[in-house]
Structure formats: C-alpha cells, structure tokens
Design a protein around this ligand. Structure first.
Ligand code: AP5
Length: 212
C-alpha cells in the first residue's frame, strides 16, 4: 500500500501551504482536521455549534469527536493521504495508526521552526474563502490587493483564531503536547524533519526530497 504522509508542526509552521503544493504536484489526497471542523461550523451543524467556541479560543476539540470526523472523511483505498493537523497528541497518534491507517506505511514530517516567529505569520494570514488558497500580508501577498490570484475571488478572509490571544493559546497547547508525538514517530523510525523557517519554495524542495 502507498505511504501515508503525516504533517506535524506548530500552528503557522506551513503545513497547509506545503500540503496544497504536494496535492497539486504529487497527487496526494489532503485531509485537514481544522478544515473539516471549520466546514461543520460553516454548515451550522450540531457538531459545528459544539466546537465553534473551542476553536475560536484556540483550544483542542476532544479526541473522540475529531477522530470520528477524520475517519468518516478518509478512504485509504483512494490513494495516499496527507494528514494535516492530526495527530495533535499521543492518544491521537495511536488512534491514527490503529483506527485510521491501520498500520499502513507512513512518514511523519515535522515542520521544525522557532515558535517565536509564528504569531507574526498567523495574524497576517488570509485565506481565499472560495478556493482555499493561503496568503500572507507580509510573505505572500496577492498580486491585486484583496483578489485571489488563483480564482479571482474577492473573499480573502482572516481566520477567527488568528488573533494574538488565540494564537498564544494555540502555541501553548502545541508546546505542551508535541514532544511525546515526536518521540512516538522517532521510535518507529518514521520521523523526518524539515527546516520550516526557510522561504516557502525552499521548504517545498526539502519536503519533496524527503518524501520521494
Ligand atoms: P488547524 O486548522 O489545524 O490549525 P493549526 O494547527 O493551528 O495550523 P494552521 O492552519 O494555523 O497552520 P499551518 O501550519 O497550516 O500554516 P499555513 O500553511 O496556513 O486547527 C485549528 C483548530 O481546529 C485547532 O486550534 C483546534 O481547535 C481544532 N483542531 C484541528 N485539528 C484538531 C485535532 N486533531 N484535535 C483537536 N482539535 C483540533 O501558514 C501560515 C501562514 O504562514 C500563512 O499566511 C502562510 O502564507 C505563511 N507561510 C507558510 N509558510 C511560510 C514560509 N516558509 N515563510 C513565510 N511564511 C510562510
């Protein structure tokens, strides 16, 4: 079976940006638990209403809810997946193995970066509400202000959790949960690290070389 790719990294380390490139150039399926949860909020579903406040504050949604959502949206028979935003803690890492990918070959790619630079990246992120393209008001501005280069949509949004207070919580949660996850994949010989502080294009080259 094909190798599944698990992206690990702090909020703003570039997981979503690199996942989009990997999908368009290497044909992966992309599954982001953050996107799945935000879709539920946009639909106004019961689940969306339950998680809205939690996500806006920058806290984690409970493991069972996220695992159920992930499993319902993932079909490994359709090829290799990029798992983006899952796992966030050691219990989720074990569940991913046992319940979702069922011990299929996998590589965990850690986006290694100094956390101090991430708040600046996150508060300047904008995302196209029509096609999902990710921008940054400092490092990746659209060619025409307010207009998506990719689909020409004019709906460039700031995420509700990309404010200073939520970002502080998100980075704190990350710091307190990541080490056991890294140790878990290291012990299985499945962990690779990329330098996520380089410009996006260089990060992509390193990611591509690492997963080839
Ligand atoms: P989620 O949507 O997963 O957000 P996150 O983990 O906080 O990650 P981000 O999407 O913020 O960052 P990214 O690494 O994808 O960065 P990006 O490429 O966009 O989760 C949101 C919430 O959902 C959680 O807080 C939680 O509540 C809930 N949730 C999700 N999964 C869960 C789970 N498994 N369990 C429990 N709860 C869960 O880049 C960021 C910015 O930087 C962009 O502007 C980009 O243009 C820029 N940038 C990217 N790369 C570079 C570069 N190399 N140089 C300069 N700028 C760059």
């Amino acid at each position: 079976m094909a190798t599944q790719l698990i992206l690990l990294g702090a909020p703003g380390s570039g997981k979503g940006t690199q996942a989009a490139r990997l999908v368009s150039e290497m044909g992966y399926n992309h599954i982001s638990t953050g996107d799945l949860l935000r879709n539920e909020i946009a639909k106004g579903s019961e689940l969306g209403q339950k998680v809205q406040g939690i996500m806006t504050r920058g806290e984690l949604v409970d493991d069972a809810t996220v695992l159920e959502l992930l499993n319902a949206n993932c079909d490994l028979s359709s090829g290799s997946y990029i798992f983006d935003g899952f796992p966030r803690n050691i219990d989720q890492a074990k569940s991913l193995d046992e319940v979702v990918i069922k011990n299929a070959n996998h590589t965990a790619l850690y986006f290694d970066i100094d956390l101090d630079v991430l708040a600046q990246r996150l508060v300047n992120r904008r995302t196209c509400g029509d096609c999902g393209e990710i921008y940054n008001l400092i490092s990746k501005t659209p060619k025409t202000e307010g207009v998506c280069d990719k689909c020409q949509g004019t709906n460039l949004n700031q995420r509700k959790d990309d404010n200073e207070e939520s970002v502080k919580t998100r980075l704190g949660v990350f710091k307190s949960t990541i080490e056991p996850v890294l140790e878990y994949y290291e012990s299985k010989g499945a962990l690779k690290r990329v330098n996520a502080s380089a410009p996006s294009e260089e990060v992509f080259k390193e990611v591509k070389n690492t997963v080839k």
